[in-house]
Design a protein around this ligand. Sequence first.
Ligand code: DGY
Length: 418
Amino acid sequence: MSRIEAARAILAANDRGGYTVPTDRLYPFQWNWDSAFVAMGWVTFDAERAWREIERLLEGQWQDGLVPQIVFHAPSDDYFPGPDIWGVTHKPPTSGIPQPPVLATAVRFVLERHGAAGVERARAIYPRLVLNHLWWQRARDPEATGLAATLHPWETGMDNSPAWDAALERVPTKTRTEIRRRDTGHIDPAFRPRGIEYQRFVHLVDLFRETGWNARRMLDISPFKVADVGTNAILLRAERDLLALAEQFGSTAERAAISERIARKEIVLAGLWDDALGHYLSRDLIGGNLIPVRTSAGFLPIFAGLHERARELAARLEGWRARNIALVPSTDPDAASFEPQRYWRGPVWAVVNWMIARGLREAGEEATAASVSADTRRLVGEAGFSEYFNPMDRAGIGGETFSWTAAIDLLLGEGEGR
Ligand code: DGY
């Protein structure tokens, strides 16, 4: 089987009827940002299936516009916390929090690949994207500062990043829900978040559930509140892609509102730059400080279209590469908190690489963009379609036959994002 056939076969094997699970057993439902990347992978060989992926994700969208992190289309005992613990009334059941909003970017991408044949599908989806972006503003930035708040590490997709360590200290470890982890039954616990982190993750779920998933209340009472540089960069990129879709499908008023949000976000995202660390950082919205940990999320403002620091950030990546560290480690390998095999504390993730490479290429940093893409291809070529990779010894870790890794490999194989 060729490499392309192998990647396609993974998507086909993880297809559960119009939606793709990230991998069998470890993640048995539909995840939000996974599906956005996976749709971009599907469109390389099956545009109809790419649209279905997005439409099935939107079956989980709430009336207020939230596109939840997980849609529980079919029951499974393989994952904790399941729908009963989230206690959400939506049908199909969902979790109650968002994930990085890659969706508008994916819709634009799928439409551009599919061409005229995709226009009616995109036209039907477009209002749902508008509603979702309004949710981000209303629920997470009601004062229109331009920076969206994140209330749970799971929302960032980078659950146990060292960037959250200090802010998580404010979250009590006591839970009402009994913690019955399933992930560590599937995967070596050394590669997964620690027990104390799960206690805090579940404490937050308990707290939010008790508000009845009231967005305003959650924002007011959450003991964890950060402006994640990754989420905010992805959201700015998504706003630009939504604007491009609005040129085709939207009204003048919609285009004006999106443009206004873009202008504000460009300014505040640039304000997350820290001269001392020479990196974009997340902000702790309770303490008020920038969080002094360099992570791979700090490269994503380039993907958002902020190009003024691209040279400096590309030089950091080249420095790591010269030391034979595979790009892009999720945490700065020189940080005390770096752990090369523990989930988001060090490993390389193909989807983050794809966004960074695309941003670098658009910023004119072609050589470094090519390095990031080449490293990603090499990791997958040598270690397989793993969930993530150790940047030091290049081993594949976490789940195997992973959908988003296969999707990104299909894109990079075609030169997309190079
Ligand atoms: C998990 O359960 O590990 C996921 O990252 C949550 O989205």
